[in-house]
Structure formats: structure tokens, C-alpha cells
Write a protein that binds this ligand. Structure first.
Ligand SMILES: [Zn+2]
Length: 77
């Protein structure tokens, strides 16, 4: 069960839609669209690598993220 409540999800969905509507690089546009489809399928907010809940403060800064910060930094190595 995600720790994200409805108002947090609404805020993130709104932010994502604003990003999609704006002028952003195609790569980010794709990530944001993927995040929106995860919102529809209730898979949003979980790390795609290890499955934990991604902290809300991380989603707030980067709502299209797919992984928790630990998996992100593992990938960069
Ligand atoms: Zn992870």
C-alpha cells in the first residue's frame, strides 16, 4: 500500500500534467507520460527496481522519477 494519499497524488498528477503541457526536452516528456500512465494503473510512487515507496519529498522535486534515490545512484555507478 502506498503512503501517498489522494491529495498528494492529485498534486503530483497536476504537476506532471503541467510539465507535459510545457516545453521540455523529449526525454523528460517521455518519462512524465510514463509516470502519468503509472498513476492511472495505481503503480505510481513505487520504485521500479526494488519496489519500495519513493519518499514524497523526492516525488515532489521530480514527479516523473521511476526509482528511489538508492537505486538511482546504483545505476549511475
Ligand atoms: Zn529502489
Amino acid at each position: 500500500m502506498s503512503t501517498l494519499n489522494t491529495s498528494k497524488l492529485d498534486f503530483l498528477a497536476h504537476t506532471l500534467r503541467q510539465i507535459v503541457a510545457g516545453q521540455i526536452e523529449p526525454r523528460r516528456q517521455r518519462l512524465v507520460r510514463q509516470a502519468l500512465s503509472r498513476l492511472d494503473s495505481d503503480a505510481y510512487g513505487y520504485c521500479q527496481e526494488c519496489g519500495i515507496d519513493i519518499p514524497y519529498r523526492d516525488l515532489e522535486q521530480q514527479p516523473e522519477r521511476r526509482c528511489c534515490s538508492r537505486c538511482e545512484s546504483n545505476k549511475e555507478r
